[in-house]
Every structure is written in C-alpha cells, then in structure tokens.
Design a protein around this ligand. Structure first.
Ligand code: ADP
Length: 399
C-alpha cells in the first residue's frame, strides 16, 4: 500500500509518498510560493532531486504538478496515479472535536471549517489541500490527522484556563496544544524501545524545533502540554514569546502605540530567542555567537534551556514521577548543549545523563542515560509523516 501524506500551508505544500511495506518515503518534496509569482516545486525520488519552476496559482495546480512529478519517467516514484491508495492530510486543529485521525467526509470537512477561527491561516489552507486533492483524485480515500488530537485526553484541570468559564463554553477558549503527532510518536517509540508497559509509563516528551513544546504523557495518553490555546504558549521559541503575562501587552500598547494585532505579530515573529539575542532564531547561529562572547545570544540559550527544565520539573510533579525524558526535533535531536542544560540540576529527581553519549549521539534512537539514573533519557528522531501514513493506512484498510 502507498500513502501520500500532504501538509498544506497557505502558500506551501509538503508531501511524502510512503510505501507502507517498508514504511519509507519513496518520494518527497514541496511546492513553495503557491499563489505568489515565482512558484516552484522541489522533488526528490528515484535517487534524483529536481526543482521545477512553474506557476502554481492555486493548491489544485500544486497538487497537479506534484502528481506529474510523482509519475515522471525520469524522477518519479510510481508508474501512474492509481498506485496511490490513500491520502493522509495533516490538519492543524481538531478543536476538541476529534481525539484521533478520521476518514474525511463532508461532515468532517464541515467540522474542520467550523474550527477555522481557532487557527485561521492554517486550518483553511489545510482544507484547501483536501479540496485540491479531492478535485484531482476524487476516488482516493482521504484521512485527516490532527495536530491537536493527541492532546484531547488532557484532564479538564490541565486544559481549562483561569478565565470566566463562559469563554470556554461559548468560544472554545481552552488549551489545545500542538505537535500532537510528534509527541504521540516519540512517546510510543520510547515505550517500545524501553520495553515498558505503556499502561504504566510516565514520559516527558520535549519537541524542540523552531516551534517547541513539551508534553507529559501518562500511560500512553497526553496529560498536559506546554503549547496553549495557540502555538504561542509554553517555552520561548525561535521567534515566539512562549508564556507571557497578558498585562505586558496593554503596557506595551500604551508605551509604543502598537495595536493588538501588531503586538501579536511581534510576539509571534520577533520575540523568543530571536528577540532576546537580536542575532537569530536559529540555534546554530546562537551557539556560534555565544562562543564569540555575545552575551545576549548566551542569555537566549540559557532562557530556553531553563524554561524547558521548569516544564520537565512541573510535569514530573503533575504525573507523580517520570520514567523517561525524550528529546526530539531539530534542536532536541541535534543540540547537545540544550539537552545538557535542560537536565542539569535534575539529579535530585534521579535524572543523570552520560555526557559523552549526549555529545556524540548515534543515528536513530539514542539512549543517553547516565550511570545511576532512575530516569531514562532518550533522543528519538520524530517522524510525523509516518504517523499520518500509519493512521491513514489503518483507517483505509478497515473500510
Ligand atoms: P520546525 O519546527 O520548523 O520543524 P526543526 O524541528 O527543523 O523546526 O528545528 C529547527 C531548529 O533546529 C533550528 O533552530 C536549528 O537551529 C535547530 N538545529 C538543527 N540542526 C541543528 C544542529 N546541528 N545544532 C543545533 N541546532 C540545530
């Protein structure tokens, strides 16, 4: 069985064609600048990498170009479209309506669109991807995998804010979290790797990338997560603030004259480690600058690790202990100093890492637990596309 995984954004569309027998991507790529002059597709398959520059005024045009690349005799991966058995779509928001992946029908689309207010740009773009695929492949079953669905199991006390309750009832204001497919994947991989009984396993998953979130996963279910109503909450990120006292916004508005939209733009795009350092949102640049003695770059790195550490401590308390800590995503997988900084000082909780293994991890899953540690510490490369493909295959095989 071959599953096409689609992640449609407002002006981009990423894809992978996954062969479910090997669970490997046989083709992958992305269309950029959809609806903007200068659109192009980057495609990798059959040992070749091509860039095709062509106008893509709509998502449908992007899907058509992607399909043409997939069946191309030179750089394609399949003979014809009929080899695509199903399509799995990454959809940002389940709005608390779905706790798992679902087959897309008109009702699911309606619910997705009714939740568009919760993530206006992303959700509508995700649905544009669905519509474009349906137009080009009307008979291929499609599945929605939601970024927030894994967090649907959080207890009320973790997702209700200290706001008047009516805002939750009337407007669905609550914690939703994000990166759910990643937290689910790495928490399950950790249980498998450690031969743990999933029903008796407490793991803290640290997805640290451009966007970062930390989850408490208790007995296979999400118990709490750091991202919030939107992906702006939690730890400070590349350009996002993370948690912030909302009174700061009124104060800054008075001082600078910025309105709420300008302030939110700043919080999303100009804050986080970029804002603190004034150097970059990229951790490699920050490391280089810090090594050259840039204080604010070092400060940004310190703030990030310290904030992650506080979440680890909080989630160990929330779950009544922790059996494993997992690091994943760009920073979690590659920045050993961040990992060291996050667990530094947690020896009292039984967390010790092997500094040598941490500094030189092997490919794939890497156990960096130190001698005498009660808590396992792992690096697990995430694979959100595989989760989407697995869910899609399971649902479609049971039709
Ligand atoms: P996204 O959230 O966009 O998927 P990624 O998970 O790819 O992001 O993570 C991107 C981040 O990972 C960047 O900040 C980058 O600095 C960091 N990163 C990637 N490789 C390394 C590395 N070798 N060392 C330190 N940081 C890295």
């Amino acid at each position: 069985m071959k599953v096409l995984v689609i992640n449609a954004g407002s002006s981009s569309l990423k894809y992978q064609l996954i062969d479910m027998e090997t669970e490997k991507a046989i083709a992958k790529g992305g269309c950029e600048r959809i609806g903007i002059p200068g659109s192009f597709l980057k495609h990798k398959a059959n040992g070749k990498e091509v860039t095709i520059t062509q106008d893509m005024p709509t998502h449908k045009a992007a899907i058509e170009l992607m399909l043409a690349a997939l069946v191309d005799k030179d750089h394609g991966a399949i003979k014809d479209m009929s080899e695509i058995d199903a399509v799995g779509h990454r959809i940002l928001h389940s709005g608390g309506d779905y706790d798992r992946s679902v087959l897309i029908d008109d009702e699911v689309k309606r619910v997705c669109l009714s939740n568009a207010d919760l993530a206006p740009l992303h959700q509508k773009a995700n649905i544009m991807g669905v519509d474009a695929c349906k137009a080009v492949m009307p008979n291929v079953p499609m599945v929605a995998t939601f970024d927030t669905a894994f967090h649907a199991t959080m207890p009320e006390k973790a997702y209700i804010y200290g706001l008047p309750y009516e805002y939750y009832e009337k407007y669905k204001v609550r914690r939703y979290g994000a990166h759910g497919t990643s937290h689910r994947f790495v928490s399950q991989e950790a249980a498998k790797y450690l031969n743990a009984d999933v029903n008796n396993f407490k793991v803290i998953t640290c997805h640290l990338g451009n966007g970062s979130s930390i989850s408490a996963v208790k007995n296979g279910k999400c118990y709490d997560t750091s991202m919030s109503f939107t992906p702006l909450g939690g730890v400070p990120m590349g350009t996002r603030t993370g948690d912030l006292d909302p009174a700061i916004l009124e104060y800054l508005s008075d001082k600078t004259g910025m309105d709420i939209h300008e302030l939110l733009f700043m919080c999303n795009k100009k804050a986080g480690v970029m804002g603190v350092s004034g150097v970059s949102s990229d951790f490699r640049d920050l490391r280089n600058a810090a090594e050259e003695g840039n204080h604010r770059a070092q400060l940004a790195l310190d703030i990030f690790a310290y904030s992650c550490k506080k979440y680890v401590g909080a989630y160990a308390a929330a779950m009544g202990g922790v059996d494993a800590i997992v690091f994943t995503a760009g920073i979690g997988e590659h920045d050993h100093l961040v990992r060291e900084g996050v667990v530094d000082g947690l020896e009292y909780m039984g967390v010790v890492i092997d500094k040598e293994k941490n500094a030189a991890p092997t490919d794939g899953i890497c156990d960096i637990t130190g001698k005498g540690s009660k808590v396992k510490v792992l690096i697990i490369p995430t694979n959100e596309e595989l989760v989407i493909a697995r869910d899609t295959a399971e649902i479609v095989n049971n039709l």
